[in-house]
Design a protein around this ligand. Sequence first.
Ligand code: M6R
Length: 608
Amino acid sequence: MCGIIGYVGRKPALPILIDGLRRLEYRGYDSTGVALVQPSEVTVLKAAGRLSVLEGTLDYDAHPQTHGIGHTRWATHGAPTNVNAHPHADSSGKFAIIHNGIIENNRTLRTYLEQKGVIFTSETDTEVLVQLIAQLYEGDLEQAVRLALREVSGTYGMAVVCADEPDLIIAARKGSPLIVGVGQGEHILASDAAAILAHTTQVVYIGDNEIARITPDSLRITTLDAVPVAKETEEVEWTLDQIELAGYEHFMLKEIYEQPEALENCLRGRIDLKEGVIHLGGLADCARELTQAKRIIITACGTAWHAGLVGEYLFEELLRVPTETEYASEFRYRNPIIDEGTVVIAVSQSGETADTQAAIREAKQRGALVIGVVNVVGATIPRETDAGVYLHVGPEIGVASTKAFTGQVAVLALISCFLGRRKHLSPSAAMQFMKALSAIPDQIRTTLGHADTAEKVAREYASRENWLYLGRGYNYPVALEGALKLKEISYIHAEGLPAAEMKHGPLALITDGMPVVCIATTGSQYDKILSNISEVRARGGSVIAIATEGDKDIQDLADHVLYVPDTLEPLQPLLTVIPLQLIAYHAAVIRGCNVDKPRNLAKSVTVE
Ligand code: M6R
């Protein structure tokens, strides 16, 4: 979604802003722009389309300004045009603003301002905000922003500059992330740590309903009511290497290959094989309440929802607690039943997904204990949940979620064992589970060693416009995830199904040579899935089987077999998803698609 960058310091701001915008590109956008400030003048440069379009118009030597703001916009109000791109200036041209989020009462405010003679140049809600700030300005930008925000309903992460106070950025946040990087004689404002890392790892998180007054040498944060807020500077654990391609052609491929190490980081210090216990510091304070849960609701969107569904199977098996996985967007609007003893677990890579945020607010309002399973440290969801567990799989830049999925499943597996031990899980069963989980990173390495078969499969079927993915039990969510990966990056229509559902309708879809990916690893439902494979074969479908190493028999039933190492059934999704990620990746590359930035999609969906 939209991205924010701001710089106040002593270096020329323009190259810093453009580099920041490049690092925010992965979030998805359709126009870009910057505003550079100097005494008595604000220069706005913007363009619809990719960042390269804006860059093509820039003369860096002509812009020595050391202060400025920049934005990548994802259109919400108004088409993705030059005029609607951010920054937006007020009618006098003295103020410029960038803004993520939606000003819900923008129509009312627009009418009010028009009655006062303001003439608008764009259709955006953001221009309403900058015109309002300009109207309220009496020589103090911070105060004008404070007064304006009192009139505003909706969400915002915003930054504004003014030609009369050229060494200053005023930023404010409500429901849309903002971080300030603290450097030597400079501050870098951003909506995402990825845009700050090239300068510093020391950051201050701006909270909801807070205003930041940022100059090269000072940072002061206050509430909307002007009460000072004391803030600690925190260290971002991500490194610059993690957000760069490091020789890979795409971030998605890099992130697929990072999974062994990412999961090692995720599991590090959490599995104690010597003592036979799981350590989850983030849950220590509420472990008792969690153990007493009578019902668990996992809420999430997209890939995180698929991971949540694996969690549902894990919790019901290891805890014997009724668990359901709800799309966050549905949960919020269906008047959910939250009894005493209901625990809600929100799963999210970004920690910023608007639907998931709304779901946790609903759950909290109804009295549930809410736990976050999030990757991005300091994001909104971990701040709003009662407790949680971070994934620690590092930054995920590709829009298609890969290592976050395995991280989410691994964390849900850790939680299920952590709580399972306090309930029904015997020490020996827990030990077996922990050993199997510890072996997963190496087993992913082995699985990645067979990547060439995935590429071969992609090459053979990439031109097919319809695919099916079938799985049973723990591998049913993986079938859903495999189908989502394929459709979002290669634009192929794909459906994931519980294999047994085929005969209730979808079997009618099978035509000669239709690719059907069947997850057929050994386990309690192995024989059943073999029958499903036979049904597909009998109708002429081409079977691509994901099977357990050593299973030679399946070769007689399948057109292609991709092998994964043997593990416990509940942990199979951590391995079976890997070949599906690779097939989707290669299919997208073969079809010439933009793998990391698929059409119409954003990395972090911060609007409902
Ligand atoms: O950041 P989140 O995990 O909350 O994001 C949820 C979904 O938007 C996300 O998983 C999406 O489905 C991915 N593009 C899937 O690859």
